[in-house]
Unconditional design. Structure first.
Length: 58
């Protein structure tokens, strides 16, 4: 079984983990009403999805 010979220092561990940051969600603009919305989801304001109006509009 592989066992590390020496302890990994805090600096080395921090260098390896520098790219573990979270990203915020990408936000698109609704083509029909111009409101910000999440990609691949119907617009919460007008109910349109991929430029097609839906019957479930609020």
């Amino acid at each position: 079984m592989a066992v590390p010979k020496r302890r990994v220092s805090t600096t080395r561990k921090a260098k390896r983990r520098t790219n573990w940051k979270l990203e915020g969600p990408s936000i698109n603009v609704c083509p029909s009403c111009g409101e910000p919305r999440l990609p691949h989801r119907a617009c919460a304001k007008c109910g349109a999805y991929k430029t097609k109006p839906t019957t479930a509009a609020k």
